[in-house]
Design a protein around this ligand. Structure first.
Ligand SMILES: *Cc1c(COP(=O)(O)O)cnc(C)c1O
Length: 395
């Protein structure tokens, strides 16, 4: 039996929800590395298989360590059900495979993870699901794109790397009025900073690979929502198609949830300090961070989020040459496109994450040649500043 912590605070749920204590009396959560489960008798096996008696059969369906992670994440997002997946991409795939069908239409923000766009354009389209893209922040654009067969609105907020903010309450009202689902990728804020279900979203998806792990160790994902859409429909796809999470990864992620709120607040505090400092540097022409009062959607971000997470985009003088100089002058910042790690990373989006997009489309979404993205880690912020200062001095 797992105890309910639903009436407790966020930090308490993060540490305690979903734990199953075995007769061994272990304090920390156990890992159950087993593919299958045994039954007491033929009758017992038959009852499990018929669904007459709930319980484990096979780890593609359920696993106690994975369930602990799912229940803990559901408790944090305020959802009835969560299902864990092998990656963030399989969380998105599973959601769409379970809930949409040929002939359905999706309206997506244009500012979503690049691979998500590939999934929509190259693969879901093969099965007759069409996607149109809109400007994340322009509600009129969303309205215009909705068709009679639109079944889902999909977005990330804040967006990566530009830190644009979607008005979740307004989009939820729009989705409801048009009888479609609002699906939010909550990767950048995590439930520690933003809970889209409470703002009217129907489904939250996660790449647990990022802040939920928070230490760059495992790839995983999750879908959170109500007991029918997620607990039955998405779960049904997952147990059939098989992109399930391994118990080892689930254990890493559920331990990640125990420190999630502390980490997200620390990432956010350092990012705000760094963004404020960057804004004052003469070699920096623009800073995109929703925590800055100069950000055009600062007020909306404050309303929806308790802090602003760890991703900053900023533009330096000198275009690509200037940006590369700064990247190459760093001594220890990680030059990698990964994000949501204890280790601060620096990326030049125009030649990496957004390199395959046409220059016109890239510029339309604000990704200029001089733009850099930082995922602020948990090192001392003065040390991060000093490593960036080296490059700024060359510009
Ligand atoms: C990384 C990422 C994904 C994909 O997650 P994986 O775990 O790499 O499959 C999806 N959405 C966002 C916003 C991401 O940053």
């Amino acid at each position: 039996m797992t105890q309910s912590f639903d009436d407790k605070g966020f930090a308490t749920r993060g540490v305690r929800a979903g734990q199953i204590r075995t007769p061994e009396g272990e304090h920390s959560e156990p890992i159950f590395p087993t593919s299958s489960y045994v039954f007491d008798s033929a009758e017992h096996a038959a009852a499990r298989f018929s669904g007459e008696e709930p319980g484990n059969i096979y780890s593609r369906f359920t696993n106690p360590t994975v369930r602990t992670f799912e229940q803990r994440l559901a408790a944090l997002e305020g959802g009835e059900s969560a299902v864990a997946t092998s990656s963030g991409m399989s969380a998105i795939l599973s959601t769409f495979m379970a809930l949409l069908a040929a002939g359905d239409h999706v309206v997506s923000s244009q500012s979503v993870f690049g691979t998500t766009r590939v999934l929509f354009d190259k693969y879901l389209s093969k099965f007759g699901i069409e996607t149109d893209y809109v400007d994340l922040t322009n509600i009129e654009d969303w309205k215009r794109a909705i068709k009679p067969n639109t079944k889902a609105l999909f977005l990330e907020t804040p967006s990566n790397p530009m830190n644009e903010i979607a008005d979740l309450a307004a989009l939820s009202a729009l989705a409801k009025a048009n009888d479609c689902l609002l699906i939010v990728d909550n990767c950048f804020c995590t439930p520690a900073l933003q809970q889209p279900l409470a703002l009217g979203a129907d489904i939250v998806v996660h790449s647990a690979t990022k802040y939920i792990d928070g230490q760059g160790r495992c790839v995983g994902g999750a879908v959170v929502g109500d007991a029918k859409l997620v607990g039955q429909e998405v779960y049904g796809f997952l147990r059939t198609a098989g992109p399930t999470m391994s118990p080892f990864n689930a254990w890493t992620f559920l331990k990640g949830l125990e420190t999630l709120e502390l980490r997200m607040n620390a990432h956010s505090a350092s990012a705000l300090a760094l963004a404020t400092w960057l804004e004052q540097q003469p070699q920096v022409t623009k800073v995109f961070y929703a925590g800055l009062p100069s950000h055009p959607q600062h007020e909306l971000a404050k309303k929806q989020q308790s802090a602003f997470s760890g991703l900053i985009a900023f533009e330096v003088k000198g275009g690509k040459e200037g940006a590369w100089k700064l990247v190459n002058a760093t001594e220890w910042l990680s030059i990698t496109a990964n994000l949501g790690d204890t280790k601060t990373s620096i990326t030049h989006p125009a030649t990496t994450t957004h390199g395959r997009i046409s220059p016109e489309a890239r510029l339309a979404s604000g990704i200029s040649d001089g733009l850099l993205r930082i995922s602020v880690g948990l090192e001392n912020v003065e040390d991060i500043q000093a490593d960036l200062q080296r490059g700024l001095d060359l510009l």
